[in-house]
Design a protein around this ligand. Structure first.
Ligand SMILES: [Zn+2]
Length: 232
């Protein structure tokens, strides 16, 4: 439950950044500094002003208390020009917000209010170019991942994959470039392309193949049983 709220607020933080004349933004940007690996919940870049903004989402007081990066002298505030905490309404009081940080609150209707402005850090320890590079890479990966997961989503949640004999795959034909779904055995080496008018065989060991889900004997038997029920 808590992580779902965290996920939700992370997304809201992107909308807020976008509204704040941000040209580029991404969630979960991996950064390295002072031999530490820090994942920024959200990072936003404004090119014209050469400004970077980082947002750290906190959905519980526990979460806020135990964040070592937040309370250290090399916290999120040292990474970017502006650093904010984003929380649900009423989680933190202004007095407990670490120096320099801004406080944003998101209500039940996803309205974000600035309760405290962030103080500008004029000289972040990570360069503007580096922040741009990491944010751009993360944003690009997010787009590609979204595309890929749309076409390869396993709707069965892997329920029948143990000891699977048959699999549902998505494969691109090297000849006509059509991407289609095929049911094949686990060790099948090629499949006839189903693109209209294309008579090519798709070599599964070389084509761009994504396994969507797998089916074992149990699945096949249940299917047979159901078919028999339909026929009687
Ligand atoms: Zn084809």
């Amino acid at each position: 439950m808590e992580s779902r709220l965290h996920e939700h607020l992370k997304k809201q933080s992107l909308y807020w950044l976008k509204g704040k004349v941000t040209d580029l933004c991404a969630n979960e940007v991996k950064l390295f500094f002072h031999r530490k690996r820090v994942i920024a919940d959200a990072l936003g870049i404004n090119f014209k002003r050469t400004e970077s903004r980082i947002i750290e989402v906190k959905v519980s007081r526990e979460d806020f208390r135990r964040d070592e990066v937040l309370h250290s002298s090399f916290g999120y505030h040292s990474i970017a020009n502006y650093a904010y905490l984003l929380t649900p309404t009423g989680l933190l009081s202004l007095e407990e917000i670490p120096k320099g940080y801004g406080l944003l609150e998101c209500d039940d209707f996803d309205n974000i209010t600035v309760l405290k402005k962030a103080t500008k850090n004029p000289d972040p320890i990570l360069s503007f170019d580096f922040l741009i590079k990491r944010t751009a890479q993360t944003a690009t990966n997010a787009v590609l991942f979204k595309e890929l997961s749309k076409e390869t989503k396993d709707q069965t949640g892997g329920s029948f994959s143990r000891g699977a004999k048959i699999q549902l795959i998505s494969a691109t034909c090297p000849h006509c470039k059509k991407r289609k779904k095929y049911l094949v055995t686990i060790d099948q080496e090629e499949v006839p392309c189903e693109g209209r008018g294309c008579l090519s065989l798709i070599p599964l060991n070389r084509a761009r193949v994504h396994v969507i889900t797998k089916y074992n004997k149990r699945f096949i038997n249940q299917l047979k049983l159901l078919l028999r029920q339909l026929e009687t």
